[in-house]
Ligand binder design. Structure first.
Ligand SMILES: [Zn+2]
Length: 411
């Protein structure tokens, strides 16, 4: 079980805590292998991607004097997590880096994250390496989901971290990007290789062999607060400052949210009361170390003529836990309808759901400071056209069915 440790929130510049000595042994663990395929992109299995990245990391890291590099597997074979940790122990590894690419069940998450052990001092080692690694990964324009821990029944949820910690080997799981939603970022062999080289450079910076990003302060005997998953949802998520221009079919509103023990990471909203949602969009001005983020997101969007939206929003933290706002009921948009000018804000219904329902709608937002604006804007126009088209189609089908029924009735 996990012991209770005091934890502090530190993010000023610090020194590396881990003492590796002069002869440094690094074990690179290409995730998956053999029958264990890992995530798939539709083109390639994760087990091949992790190998390409691991080989580039090994080659680059081998350039440094005083560093001996091993890999847990060099072939496409199945190895248990316990055996990977056992191998690291057998060569007296100073650190095991497990190489992975990510995917989410509902294909909505995106970004880069690193999983580290819960237990001191490995938690602090992981935090210090992880922050350097995330800085190095920024060259790929990644969205940082942070240096994180995940608790399972037996301590660390992830087996490789659990087994390494048991054997006294510092370890981390490097999740480079999501293969299912970030195809453009981790799509071909040159990118797997470039990421492996960046991994090697992060290790070199961490070890003091290379100049690079600052190492944040941490204490060996304490867990780093920003790494801990409190498993709580954001305390606040509400829709405010709704401004509906019914004549011109324009809508603007703010999503106001806060989370005291994790960093806000994404938002999404629904115009039809939660039946369908936009994709996850980046929450602006995040800091994965201080856990601070912008207090609100501004959304401006077009509403299809004739639509009577029920607006709902969700704010997610970097552990993908969300809070859903109460719905805001609007009037029908479009010149041809009679309008009340003020939207009706109701707190009566709370349609909180544990699952993300419906198809992902394409984003229709133009958020002023959302970091990934460019990424989203390409998808923008299609949704409302699609929506209008769908409604027309449904009406048409109903008409035809009605006509057929009439004809059948006459027989
Ligand atoms: Zn994996």
């Amino acid at each position: 079980m996990i012991q209770e440790h005091s934890h502090t929130l530190l993010y000023e510049e610090g020194e590396r805590i881990q003492d590796t000595g002069d002869d440094i042994v690094i074990v690179i663990d290409p995730g998956h292998g053999g029958e264990n395929l890992g995530a798939e992109t539709g083109k390639i299995y994760e087990k091949y991607m992790t190998m390409a990245t691991a080989e580039a990391m090994r080659d680059r890291l081998s350039d440094y004097d005083g560093v001996t590099v091993y890999m847990t597997r060099e072939e496409d074979i199945d190895i248990s997590l316990a055996d990977r940790a056992e191998f690291a122990s057998s060569v007296s590894a100073d650190y095991l880096f497990s190489i992975h690419y990510n995917a989410s069940a509902d294909h909505n998450a995106w970004g880069t994250e690193i999983w580290v052990p819960l237990e001191p001092p490995y938690n602090a080692y992981g935090f210090q390496f992880g922050s350097v690694w995330l800085s190095e990964m920024e060259r790929f324009g990644v969205f940082s989901r942070g240096v994180k821990t995940r608790t399972g029944k037996a301590g660390n949820y992830y087996g490789i971290l659990r087994h390494c910690t048991k054997k006294g080997i510092p370890s981390a799981i490097l999740e480079h990007c999501y293969v299912d939603t970030e195809g453009g970022m981790c799509d071909d062999a040159s990118e797997y290789k470039a990421m492996g080289e960046a991994d090697a450079e992060a290790v070199a910076v961490y070890l003091g062999l290379e100049e690079g990003p600052d190492i944040p302060a941490a204490e060996a005997d304490k867990q780093v607060a920003s790494t801990l998953n409190m498993k709580t949802d954001p305390e606040i998520c509400e829709i405010v400052d709704v401004n509906a221009d019914y004549d011109n079919c324009e809508l603007s509103f703010n999503i106001n949210a806060s989370d005291s023990d994790a960093v806000l990471s994404y938002y999404q909203y629904s115009m039809d009361g939660g039946a369908s949602w936009t994709s996850w969009m980046a929450w602006p001005e995040r800091n994965i170390y201080t856990l601070q983020a912008a207090p609100l997101v501004q959304v401006n969007c077009k509403v299809p003529e004739g639509m009577t939206p029920t607006l709902v929003a969700r704010a997610y933290n970097n552990f993908d836990v969300y809070t859903e706002s109460t719905p805001v009921y609007l009037n029908t948009f479009g010149k041809w309808t009679e309008q009340a000018s003020v939207p009706v804000n109701s707190d009566e219904k709370d349609e909180t759901s544990d699952e993300i329902s419906g198809e992902d709608l394409q984003s229709s937002t133009v958020s002023e400071d959302a970091g990934m604006q460019d990424r989203q804007s390409g998808r923008t126009a299609g949704y409302f056209i699609l929506f209008g088209g769908l409604i027309s189609l449904v009406v048409l089908i109903c008409c035809i069915r009605g006509m057929l029924k009439d004809r059948n009735g006459r027989k």
